[in-house]
Write a protein that binds this ligand. Structure first.
Ligand SMILES: [Zn+2]
Length: 188
Protein backbone atom coordinates (compact mmCIF):
# COMPACT_ATOMS: atom_id res chain seq x y z
CA UNK A 1 0.00 0.00 0.00
CA UNK A 2 1.42 3.39 -0.95
CA UNK A 3 1.94 5.80 1.83
CA UNK A 4 2.35 9.51 1.43
CA UNK A 5 5.17 9.71 3.92
CA UNK A 6 7.97 7.13 3.82
CA UNK A 7 9.38 5.95 7.08
CA UNK A 8 12.81 7.21 7.84
CA UNK A 9 15.60 4.62 7.48
CA UNK A 10 16.51 3.04 10.79
CA UNK A 11 19.94 4.52 11.26
CA UNK A 12 21.76 7.13 13.27
CA UNK A 13 22.08 10.52 11.68
CA UNK A 14 24.63 13.14 12.69
CA UNK A 15 23.89 14.89 15.99
CA UNK A 16 21.09 12.47 16.71
CA UNK A 17 20.55 10.02 19.53
CA UNK A 18 21.18 6.35 18.52
CA UNK A 19 18.07 4.65 17.22
CA UNK A 20 17.14 0.98 17.56
CA UNK A 21 18.85 -1.74 15.53
CA UNK A 22 16.77 -2.94 12.62
CA UNK A 23 14.43 -5.81 13.45
CA UNK A 24 14.53 -8.72 11.03
CA UNK A 25 12.22 -11.65 10.48
CA UNK A 26 14.88 -14.35 10.87
CA UNK A 27 15.03 -14.66 14.65
CA UNK A 28 14.80 -18.01 16.41
CA UNK A 29 11.23 -19.01 17.10
CA UNK A 30 10.54 -21.01 20.25
CA UNK A 31 7.10 -22.20 21.28
CA UNK A 32 5.76 -22.72 24.78
CA UNK A 33 8.70 -21.44 26.75
CA UNK A 34 7.39 -21.59 30.29
CA UNK A 35 8.13 -18.69 32.55
CA UNK A 36 7.25 -18.86 36.24
CA UNK A 37 5.54 -16.04 38.11
CA UNK A 38 7.88 -16.70 41.03
CA UNK A 39 11.42 -15.89 39.92
CA UNK A 40 12.82 -18.17 42.62
CA UNK A 41 11.75 -21.09 40.42
CA UNK A 42 13.99 -20.00 37.54
CA UNK A 43 16.97 -21.93 38.86
CA UNK A 44 15.01 -25.13 38.32
CA UNK A 45 14.26 -24.23 34.70
CA UNK A 46 15.31 -26.76 32.06
CA UNK A 47 17.95 -25.42 29.67
CA UNK A 48 16.73 -23.95 26.41
CA UNK A 49 18.27 -26.00 23.62
CA UNK A 50 18.37 -24.69 20.07
CA UNK A 51 19.03 -26.72 16.95
CA UNK A 52 20.14 -24.95 13.84
CA UNK A 53 22.10 -25.84 10.72
CA UNK A 54 25.73 -24.86 10.78
CA UNK A 55 27.88 -24.38 7.71
CA UNK A 56 31.39 -23.07 7.23
CA UNK A 57 33.57 -22.57 4.20
CA UNK A 58 36.93 -24.09 5.09
CA UNK A 59 39.81 -22.49 3.25
CA UNK A 60 43.05 -24.42 3.29
CA UNK A 61 46.25 -23.45 1.48
CA UNK A 62 48.71 -26.09 0.30
CA UNK A 63 51.30 -23.34 0.12
CA UNK A 64 54.58 -24.56 -1.31
CA UNK A 65 53.25 -28.14 -1.52
CA UNK A 66 50.83 -26.95 -4.24
CA UNK A 67 52.90 -28.29 -7.20
CA UNK A 68 52.48 -31.82 -5.78
CA UNK A 69 48.69 -31.57 -6.02
CA UNK A 70 48.87 -29.89 -9.43
CA UNK A 71 50.96 -32.90 -10.46
CA UNK A 72 48.31 -35.37 -9.24
CA UNK A 73 45.66 -33.49 -11.22
CA UNK A 74 47.87 -33.93 -14.30
CA UNK A 75 48.68 -37.60 -13.78
CA UNK A 76 52.16 -37.01 -12.43
CA UNK A 77 53.68 -38.08 -9.12
CA UNK A 78 56.20 -35.54 -7.88
CA UNK A 79 59.01 -36.07 -5.41
CA UNK A 80 61.64 -33.65 -4.20
CA UNK A 81 65.43 -33.76 -4.15
CA UNK A 82 67.80 -31.75 -1.98
CA UNK A 83 69.84 -29.30 -4.06
CA UNK A 84 72.81 -29.74 -1.73
CA UNK A 85 73.04 -33.28 -0.37
CA UNK A 86 70.93 -35.01 -3.01
CA UNK A 87 68.59 -36.72 -0.51
CA UNK A 88 65.51 -37.82 -2.45
CA UNK A 89 62.03 -37.60 -0.96
CA UNK A 90 58.96 -39.39 -2.29
CA UNK A 91 56.88 -36.53 -0.84
CA UNK A 92 56.72 -32.73 -1.20
CA UNK A 93 59.49 -31.02 0.79
CA UNK A 94 60.44 -27.40 0.45
CA UNK A 95 63.59 -27.94 2.47
CA UNK A 96 65.72 -31.00 3.16
CA UNK A 97 65.04 -32.61 6.53
CA UNK A 98 68.67 -33.71 6.68
CA UNK A 99 70.67 -30.58 5.80
CA UNK A 100 68.02 -27.84 5.58
CA UNK A 101 68.86 -26.80 2.01
CA UNK A 102 66.22 -26.06 -0.59
CA UNK A 103 64.71 -28.94 -2.57
CA UNK A 104 63.80 -29.19 -6.25
CA UNK A 105 60.91 -31.13 -7.78
CA UNK A 106 61.37 -34.27 -9.86
CA UNK A 107 58.95 -36.75 -11.37
CA UNK A 108 58.72 -40.14 -9.67
CA UNK A 109 58.31 -43.26 -11.81
CA UNK A 110 54.70 -44.42 -11.92
CA UNK A 111 55.75 -47.97 -11.11
CA UNK A 112 57.20 -48.67 -7.68
CA UNK A 113 57.21 -51.57 -5.25
CA UNK A 114 55.32 -52.31 -2.04
CA UNK A 115 57.69 -51.73 0.89
CA UNK A 116 55.07 -52.74 3.46
CA UNK A 117 51.31 -52.73 3.86
CA UNK A 118 48.53 -52.75 6.43
CA UNK A 119 44.84 -53.62 6.22
CA UNK A 120 42.67 -50.92 7.82
CA UNK A 121 39.49 -52.06 9.51
CA UNK A 122 38.89 -48.63 10.97
CA UNK A 123 39.36 -45.12 9.63
CA UNK A 124 38.28 -41.53 9.88
CA UNK A 125 34.67 -40.72 9.00
CA UNK A 126 35.47 -40.11 5.33
CA UNK A 127 37.04 -43.56 4.87
CA UNK A 128 34.99 -45.59 7.35
CA UNK A 129 32.54 -46.79 4.71
CA UNK A 130 35.45 -48.10 2.61
CA UNK A 131 36.91 -50.36 5.29
CA UNK A 132 38.56 -52.77 5.13
CA UNK A 133 41.10 -51.25 2.73
CA UNK A 134 44.82 -51.68 2.15
CA UNK A 135 47.39 -48.96 2.81
CA UNK A 136 50.87 -49.37 1.38
CA UNK A 137 54.22 -47.64 1.60
CA UNK A 138 55.65 -47.46 -1.91
CA UNK A 139 59.41 -47.55 -2.53
CA UNK A 140 61.48 -46.63 -5.58
CA UNK A 141 65.13 -47.47 -6.24
CA UNK A 142 67.31 -44.47 -5.41
CA UNK A 143 64.54 -42.65 -3.53
CA UNK A 144 65.29 -42.32 0.17
CA UNK A 145 61.78 -42.08 1.60
CA UNK A 146 58.50 -43.92 1.10
CA UNK A 147 55.10 -42.83 -0.18
CA UNK A 148 51.86 -43.69 1.68
CA UNK A 149 48.95 -44.61 -0.55
CA UNK A 150 46.06 -46.99 -1.12
CA UNK A 151 46.42 -50.35 -2.87
CA UNK A 152 43.36 -51.32 -4.92
CA UNK A 153 42.83 -54.56 -6.76
CA UNK A 154 43.85 -56.99 -4.01
CA UNK A 155 41.50 -58.65 -1.53
CA UNK A 156 41.85 -56.95 1.88
CA UNK A 157 40.27 -60.02 3.47
CA UNK A 158 43.09 -62.25 2.19
CA UNK A 159 46.25 -60.30 2.97
CA UNK A 160 49.47 -61.94 1.86
CA UNK A 161 53.13 -61.32 2.65
CA UNK A 162 53.67 -61.90 -1.07
CA UNK A 163 52.38 -58.35 -1.53
CA UNK A 164 55.66 -57.08 -0.06
CA UNK A 165 57.98 -56.31 -2.96
CA UNK A 166 55.15 -56.50 -5.48
CA UNK A 167 55.37 -54.01 -8.36
CA UNK A 168 52.55 -51.47 -8.26
CA UNK A 169 51.46 -48.80 -10.71
CA UNK A 170 50.07 -45.35 -9.83
CA UNK A 171 46.58 -44.50 -10.97
CA UNK A 172 45.05 -41.05 -10.80
CA UNK A 173 41.45 -40.05 -10.30
CA UNK A 174 40.08 -38.44 -13.43
CA UNK A 175 38.16 -35.88 -11.38
CA UNK A 176 40.85 -34.48 -9.14
CA UNK A 177 39.84 -33.43 -5.67
CA UNK A 178 43.30 -32.00 -5.00
CA UNK A 179 43.73 -34.42 -2.12
CA UNK A 180 46.41 -37.06 -1.44
CA UNK A 181 43.76 -39.66 -2.34
CA UNK A 182 43.84 -38.41 -5.95
CA UNK A 183 46.50 -41.08 -6.47
CA UNK A 184 46.31 -44.78 -5.58
CA UNK A 185 48.15 -47.90 -6.70
CA UNK A 186 47.18 -51.15 -8.39
CA UNK A 187 49.28 -54.28 -9.01
CA UNK A 188 51.47 -53.54 -12.03
ZN1 LIG B 1 69.97 -32.06 2.05
Amino acid sequence: MASAKRERPNRKLPNEEPVALPETDDGTILFNVPFPKDLAQLKAMAPIILKQPYRIDYIHSYGQDSPFFAGLANGKLLGTVCTKCGYKYATPKLHCMDCGSECDWFELPQVGAVHTFTVCYFGSEEFLKETPFVLILVEWPGVDTLFLSRLIGVDPLSPSLEWVGMKVRAKFRRLSKFKPTDVYFVPA
